[in-house]
Design a protein around this ligand. Structure first.
Ligand code: MN
Length: 318
């Protein structure tokens, strides 16, 4: 994905002070490219910028509605300092990158791209524009000791699945209840998709050192007693040992230890200071350092830097 959003909207928060729960409502933003698809974004949020290392949450589709029937077509664009994590519920997306990867991703499979010091990629949905496309793209911030590593790409087509009465859970990052994803993670992280049938109820064990987020993608699951509407993200602070869930609905459970480093996110870059962002932008515009993506569309141009210096910020509003 390519992030075009210059000024995240100031979205109202709903707090449940008894349990420290916060419901983040999505805002609609266009993705990069000449035929921009609208996505619903919940992270970064003005108040809660990260959940563990998860620093970016976009929910897109389903694209059957005519207003969304443009599909996903994001020409080559750069990333530094992050991983992109692509999870589909419907449709197929073709990924190409500058380390030579060409990979289709289908529902139930995972594409993870670790940008490290720099990579470029493109993403295109297949089939007619009004075909079903429904999914989520997430970014994780790489910790300082990992963010200068060489870029690489992983596809995981066979992820561990846990089942119970009316509940199906696919672990795509980290581990839950003994089921572990083979996807590379560079800080303690969790990513699980839950599908709950009508009337299904369960209580999940949680790592109390993690904060968590629940992103509803279908239906309105009830989580920790809160009904979560599609595209909304319920934040659960550290210290929680279990989580009551109730169907019907489908959601992603994201978790991790609170990210302790200040981050500077601008366009498609996750860095630590203004000069680093300016350098990455300059390199991309000069065709340096990110490699080449074999794609019929030309590369996306970087937006102009703001006239003021960008500042890194902590994971919570201070
Ligand atoms: Mn991208």
């Amino acid at each position: 994905m390519s992030n075009l959003e210059a000024h995240p909207d100031e979205v109202e928060l709903q707090h449940d002070r008894r349990e420290g729960l916060t419901l983040l409502e999505p805002r609609e933003v266009p993705l990069g490219g000449p035929r921009a698809m609208l996505v619903r974004r919940t992270l970064p949020h003005r108040e809660i910028r990260t959940i563990g290392a998860w620093c970016f949450v976009d929910h897109f589709g389903p694209t059957h509605a005519p207003s969304h029937a443009v599909g996903m077509h994001v020409p080559p664009h750069p990333h530094i300092g992050l991983q992109t994590v692509t999870w589909l519920l419907d449709g197929d997306v073709a990924h190409r990158d500058s380390v030579g990867s060409r990979q289709l991703v289908h529902p139930g499979e995972l594409n993870v791209m670790t940008a490290g010091r720099g990579i470029a990629h493109s993403e295109d949905s297949l089939g007619p524009a009004d075909d079903g496309l429904h999914g989520v793209q997430l970014w994780t911030a790489l910790p300082d000791g990992e963010r200068h590593q060489s870029p690489h790409f992983e596809h995981h087509g066979d992820l561990p699945v846990l089942t119970a009465a009316g509940v199906r859970a696919t672990v795509f990052v980290g581990s839950l209840d003994g089921a572990r994803s083979a996807a590379a993670a560079y800080s303690p992280l969790l990513g699980v998709e839950f599908v709950l049938a009508e009337g299904a109820r369960s209580t999940l064990p949680l790592d109390a050192d993690f904060e968590h987020g629940v992103l509803a993608v279908e239906g309105e699951p009830v989580v920790a007693g809160v009904r979560v509407a599609p595209s909304s993200l319920l934040h659960l602070p550290v210290g929680r040992r279990e989580l009551a869930i109730e169907g019907p609905g489908r959601f992603l459970l994201l978790g991790g230890t609170p990210f302790g480093e200040d981050l500077l996110m601008w366009w498609n870059f996750v860095a630590r200071d203004h000069d680093e962002i300016a350098r990455a932008r300059q390199d991309w515009e000069a065709g340096r350092g990110f490699g080449h993506v074999d794609h019929p569309a030309g590369p996306l141009a970087a937006p102009a830097l703001p006239t003021t210096r960008l500042k890194a910020r902590g994971n919570r509003r201070r």
